[in-house]
Design a binder for this molecule. Structure first.
Ligand SMILES: [Zn+2]
Ligand SMILES: [Zn+2]
Length: 472
């Protein structure tokens, strides 16, 4: 999310390595976009129509022109994907037989299971264990969906959890367009390679390396089998249509499951629980649950949350084909466990971004220039103002503003216009705001405290970085 690209900020806070160290700088940057900075969701949920329009321009249209540069697309890898879509129209020529329909139906559910139980819950999250043969079968079945190797898939998915909905996320509909998060990212040059250091637990198996090298082999073998079973109808309907349906079912989790649905847990990202996505993806729709505890073999945390992938894995465990199924801690399910520091940091960024920093800074500058009473506070000159001095000054101003407001209420409303005392929300106010913004968590105070510090640092950075402006 680059501020240089437009005035609207769908996610309130860009998370970069630099921002992780210097959150103030991040808020300083974001506050320049204030008219839209308080909107946290993608294009359709911007309250301000102008923002919506600008966000649309920035994302959807730029997608077609240059934002995720066409130069960045690895065209050769996109060709089989596009051909698979075109091959579906072959059904018009071959006709549709009952056998091909059954093949399509069976291969969709079998391979959706391979995606969720294989690519996702086993290879990416190691949420249960199986034998080496079981692992190979899972990898082979998963790769018959033509979604690249299990090594590549797991590496990209682990990266997604690490940076979910920050600008480093490989597929975030909050940071880029819906189209890019759904499918475009797969063909981006920067995502073609993977970080081997994140999947050493997988690359140590030669058979998985072999499958990585010949990543399309399982899909080609399955396509040939479909042709052998039911000729061209078997190929076009049985194989290609089911493959394309599995593609988009899977991709919906990367795109829609970060846009549509409910949040039951504070995860520091935009992951959602969505019942109808859970139906078409065999349980993957409980994506907010999953981001709350990614190591769980279950994604439906409640009995009514439909998760057939888990039921099947549970069945396989009864047959002793898989074991060591990881369950989510009860405290996580009940939301009674404190959030991890990373989630607190990202949530605090979101909270901080909802405060109009720019207005506070402007008010402070004006106060420095004209407001009466400041000399009594012994404020040092801006270039030498330290963070503790600013903290003290803002606290003093808060109290003075309170007194002044009371006086104004008693005396006359017009006095208000002459006294623009800038106030930073107190920690208590931020906690209240956080309670309205996030679902229940015992870490609300920690989020508010961190956001308060971020805001203070941001205000200080702006004031000291541009003290001359105080004279305006
Ligand atoms: Zn996700
Ligand atoms: Zn995951």
């Amino acid at each position: 999310m680059s501020n240089a690209r437009g005035g609207c900020v769908p996610a309130p806070f860009p998370m970069t390595a630099a921002h992780a160290v210097r959150p103030a700088a991040a808020i300083v940057a974001i506050s320049a976009q204030e008219p839209c900075a308080q909107t946290r969701s993608p294009v359709w949920s911007h309250a301000n129509p102008a923002c919506r329009a600008r966000h649309f321009q920035r994302t959807i249209l730029s997608e077609l022109s240059s934002a995720h540069d066409h130069d960045d697309i690895v065209y050769p890898s996109a060709v089989p994907f596009i051909l698979a879509h075109l091959a579906c129209f072959g059904a018009l020529w071959s006709g549709v037989t009952a056998t091909s329909l059954w093949l399509c139906f069976g291969l969709y559910w079998l391979r959706m299971f391979a995606v969720t139980a294989g690519y996702h819950r086993y290879f990416s999250h190691r949420s249960y264990k199986t034998s080496r043969i079981g692992q190979f079968v899972l990898a082979f079945l998963a790769q018959s969906t033509a979604q690249k190797s299990v090594i590549w898939w797991a590496s990209k998915h682990r990266h997604h959890h690490r940076f979910a909905d920050t600008e480093h996320d490989v597929h975030s509909p909050v940071q880029s367009s819906f189209f890019y998060s759904h499918v475009g990212w797969i063909f981006s040059r920067q995502h073609h390679e993977f970080d081997g250091s994140t999947v050493t637990d997988l690359t140590r198996f030669p058979e998985l390396q072999l499958l990585h090298r010949f990543e399309l082999a399982p899909a080609i073998l399955l396509a040939l089998a479909c042709f052998a079973i039911d000729g061209w109808s078997g190929l076009f309907v049985g194989f290609f249509i089911s493959t394309v349906l599995v593609y988009h079912g899977t991709f919906c989790i990367n795109s829609l499951a970060h846009v549509h649905g409910d949040k039951h847990y504070v995860t520091g990202d935009e992951s959602r629980n969505n019942w109808w996505l859970a139906i078409i993806t065999m349980g993957e729709g409980w994506h907010n649950n999953h981001h709350a505890y990614q190591y769980s073999v279950r994604q439906g945390f409640r009995w009514w949350q439909w998760d057939p992938t888990y039921y099947l894995i549970l069945g396989l465990s009864k047959l002793r084909l898989v074991w060591d199924l990881k369950a989510p801690p009860q405290a996580v399910i009940d939301r009674s466990q404190a959030l991890p520091p990373r989630v607190i940091e990202r949530s605090a960024e979101r909270l901080a971004a909802s405060v109009p920093v720019e207005r506070i800074v402007q008010g402070l500058r004006e106060a420095y220039a004209n407001a009466p009473g400041l000399p009594e506070m012994h404020l040092p000159a801006l270039p030498t103002l330290t963070l503790p001095e600013l903290r003290e000054a803002l606290a003093a101003m808060q109290s003075r503003a309170g007194e002044r407001l009371h006086a104004i209420q008693l005396q006359a409303h017009e006095a208000m216009a002459q006294w623009h005392m800038p106030t930073l929300p107190t920690r208590e106010e931020l906690t209240e705001k956080a309670a309205a913004m996030f679902v229940k968590t015992p870490s609300l105070d920690a989020i508010a405290a961190r956001a308060h510090d971020m805001l203070l640092e941001a205000i200080h950075a702006r004031l000291v970085a541009a003290p001359a402006a105080a004279k305006v």
